[in-house]
Design a protein around this ligand. Structure first.
Ligand code: KG4
Ligand code: ZN
Length: 346
């Protein structure tokens, strides 16, 4: 790396958002610091709403139309020419394979044409590192840190020893947290994506139904949400007159209860000094507030992404790529880059 700062152009196309961003970071792992210079997100939600969920083939075609203008806008907003970019970071997994291929191959083409080296980046690592994107002073983050990463495809508790080392302690064994919100919303005939709909409805509801808290007391940090979803289905079948708001609130409380209690248990076991949150479900107000309160009660530092870094975006990919670099990752030739829909972090 030649300069004292590193200009990263990042692209994210793993699911239903085409997103690009310019992130500039200091070239020093002793003094890590970065800024998000631009962040452009083109959502496909309106398109997928009609089908009640993401249709992979439709998503891939929409990415194909959007990658170029979204990437250009990220550069224009950053007032940077492509020639000033040091590295091209792109989400190569996990996600929908057709969508991943569009972003990955587009950036490989850019890399071939410009000679700029690439940083293949993991989508979940993006969500994990997004917790540091709200302007927190990186040098003031206390470790160990426990992060709850909750998206439409994953539910993970992650232990971070420092900014560069992490270990996944637990995962979901079936549905992810966001997926549970989406499926329950569908059962309640609410539009896609269900998470924001359920949380809005829940604001007017009371927790009158005691839905199960799956795996709350299991001796590991894994989650399971399909049983909770099924409990809501049976309840809806048998109680057509109960207020929808009360059902939404009771479901949300059950899901958040398990997420928060297991996170705090991990924090205790690993003597964490900080709690972090990331992923689309981190946009949930109740989850943010509950985890903030628990952190405060336990005298722990708390860091979460601003709302625009919770659901999929390019900035989180730029941030994760920045930390990959500082960790010692050597950017690669485009020929070495390949989309991998099953790329799991551990
Ligand atoms: O991280 P993300 O944008 O995409 C994936 O990587 O999956 O997460 C999307 C998920 C969806 O399941 C959506 O329903 C959920 O995040 N979500 C929410 C809220 N906003 C988005 N879930 C609960 N409450 C919200 N406010
Ligand atoms: Zn995501």
């Amino acid at each position: 790396m030649k300069h004292s700062s590193i200009n990263i152009l990042a692209l994210e196309t793993s699911c239903d958002e085409t997103a690009a961003s310019v992130v500039i970071g200091k070239n020093s792992s002793a003094l890590p610091k970065f800024s998000i210079i631009s962040s452009v997100v083109k959502s496909q939600i309106e398109m997928h709403k009609k089908m009640g969920g993401v249709v992979p083939e439709v998503a891939a075609r929409a990415h194909l139309q959007q990658v170029m203008p979204v990437t250009q806008k990220a550069l224009v907003d950053a007032k940077l020419k492509l020639g000033k970019i040091d590295y091209l970071a792109v989400t190569t997994g996990p996600g929908l394979i057709g969508s991943l291929i569009v972003g990955t191959e587009f950036f490989k083409g850019l890399s071939y044409a410009t000679g700029i080296k690439m940083i293949p980046t993991n989508h979940m690592e993006g969500h994990l590192y997004s917790a540091f994107g709200g302007g927190i002073d990186l040098k003031k983050i206390k470790f160990p840190l426990i992060s709850l990463v909750v998206s439409g495809g994953h539910t993970m508790i992650v232990l971070m020893k420092d900014l560069y080392n992490y270990k996944v302690l637990g995962n979901t064994v079936d549905d992810a947290a966001g997926e549970a919100f989406d499926k329950v919303a569908k059962l309640m005939k609410l539009p896609y994506p269900g998470g924001p709909q359920i949380s809005k409805l829940a604001l007017d509801g009371k927790a009158t139904i005691n839905f199960p808290r799956p795996m709350l007391n299991s001796k590991n940090y894994d989650f399971s949400f399909s049983g909770l979803k099924t409990a809501v289905r049976y309840y809806l079948d048998e109680n057509s007159k109960t207020s929808k708001a009360d059902i939404a609130r009771s479901f949300e409380d059950a899901a958040i209860d398990v997420l928060v209690q297991k996170t705090m248990r991990a924090a205790k076991e690993f003597k964490a000094k900080t709690i972090a949150l990331g992923g689309g479900v981190a946009a949930n107000r109740k989850l943010r507030d509950t985890l903030a309160e628990e952190s405060k009660n336990n005298k722990l530092q708390f860091t979460i992404p601003p709302f625009n870094l919770c659901t999929d975006n390019g900035a989180m990919i730029g941030i994760a790529a920045y930390f990959r670099l500082l960790k010692g990752f050597k950017p690669v030739n485009y020929k070495k880059v390949k989309a991998d829909s099953n790329w799991e972090i551990n």
